[in-house]
Design a protein around this ligand. Sequence first.
Ligand SMILES: Cc1cc2nc3c(=O)[nH]c(=O)nc-3n(C[C@H](O)[C@H](O)[C@H](O)COP(=O)(O)O)c2cc1C
Length: 161
Amino acid sequence: MASMSCEPEIAIVYSSVTGNTAELAGMLMECAQERWKNVRVFGPREFCREKITDFDAVMVGTYTWGSGEIPHDMRKVYRHFEASECKNVVTAVFGTGDSFFAEFCGGVDRFRDMLFVQTQLAAVLKVELSPEEREQSRCEKLIMAVGKKLPAEKVTVTHTI
Ligand SMILES: Cc1cc2nc3c(=O)[nH]c(=O)nc-3n(C[C@H](O)[C@H](O)[C@H](O)COP(=O)(O)O)c2cc1C
């Protein structure tokens, strides 16, 4: 029997103050774990620049602060991607915001524009404040979009002879 497993390495890095983005990250993690074995979660401080290329896919989660800005703790993560050679890394960006503000989920938009240039951006997910049940299927779609962009050789191959 020959068995070759080349499971993709998946990371979720996010920040949250009042818990909305954390809740969304939790939903995404559950969906991701249904599909992949190796899913790790990081806070922005733990996710150093060198980590980016350790992963096949990175999902970045942010809330929005100021006037459509990326919050302070996530700016470091933004700069890590901006300064890295990571064109092969598949990414998605997700976040929560409040449409009361002029730039709804502006922090997500700023990440989206940079990740589109720097990485293989697969999906963007913006949620109004606290995620509701309907967000479940949106999370599943995001995970599917990420999966589709992963290289075919990362799919587990098992030969039983
Ligand atoms: C001072 C302040 C500024 C904010 N600015 C924006 C904004 O420009 N755009 C937006 O969509 N949401 C804005 N928000 C709303 C938060 O992004 C939103 O409540 C988010 O869900 C918080 O995420 P968290 O619960 O993960 O911390 C702002 C909130 C505060 C308190």
